[in-house]
Design a protein around this ligand. Structure first.
Ligand SMILES: CC(C)(COP(=O)(O)OP(=O)(O)OC[C@H]1O[C@@H](n2cnc3c(N)ncnc32)[C@H](O)[C@@H]1OP(=O)(O)O)[C@@H](O)C(=O)NCCC(=O)NCCS
Length: 191
């Protein structure tokens, strides 16, 4: 992991430098992100959309509205944003919301295609788990296509998985935040 954390993850907004040297802002989602969420989803490749939503559909305006307007203690989302001096652009989103199991929060994660493989997914994952813990959520779940090796590898590497089940090509995992995540280990220079 070559993500340089410039400020503590607990900060509401911070700058990070990715492996490609790009400066990215990571912050909690805001109501005015609604059009930026729609724009991000329009830019995603069909493969990324499919891996995120299990279909080739687009984000609906009402979904973007609900995602950007967190008015429920059971929901949270963080975004990664780049700003080239013009209109800021979202390049990744991690969210959690209610799952079928009462005490478990369901995680959703996506990074824009051109920004994948730079450490942003693991950073956003760590950030949303941390945000959950700060709000009393300690158990999370995610449904991932079984063929989606990179997402499963990400979860295996950066979370503490307690349950795993496979059905109809979908792997469902239940996990908590690692006490010392691989991300934090990297921050301190060990592996
Ligand atoms: C899954 C996803 C969020 C990962 O984001 P990312 O920014 O590429 O992730 P990172 O760069 O932090 O990589 C995290 C880990 O994923 C794995 N990984 C990343 N790219 C990979 C690739 N091309 N092939 C295999 N593994 C890969 C690695 O284990 C990596 O850890 P490491 O580089 O520290 O060894 C991103 O690929 C994505 O948006 N996919 C589509 C949506 C999705 O699948 N969401 C998950 C289900 S909700």
């Amino acid at each position: 992991m070559a993500v340089e954390i410039q400020r503590d993850l607990a900060d509401p907004e911070r700058g990070v430098t990715l492996r490609n040297g790009a400066s990215v802002r990571v912050r909690a989602i805001r109501p005015d992100d609604e059009p930026r969420l729609m724009a991000l989803c329009r830019r995603l490749s069909p493969r990324t959309v499919y891996e995120r939503f299990f279909s080739f559909r687009r984000l609906l305006p009402e979904e973007a509205h609900a995602l950007a307007n967190i008015d429920d203690r059971r929901r949270m989302a963080v975004v990664a944003e780049v700003d080239d001096g013009q209109e800021p652009e979202l390049i990744g989103v991690a969210r959690y919301g209610p799952s079928n199991e009462g005490t478990t929060a369901d995680i959703g994660l996506v990074v824009a295609d051109g920004w994948q493989g730079l450490g942003l997914g693991s950073l956003l994952l760590e950030e949303i788990l941390r945000a959950g813990e700060q709000r009393g959520v300690h158990q999370f779940s995610a449904d991932v296509l079984t063929e989606n090796r990179r997402a499963l590898r990400l979860l295996a590497r950066y979370t503490a998985i307690t349950r795993r089940a496979v059905a109809s090509g979908v792997t469902s995992v239940v996990f908590g935040r690692r006490a010392h995540s691989a991300l934090e280990a990297t921050r301190h220079g060990s592996s």
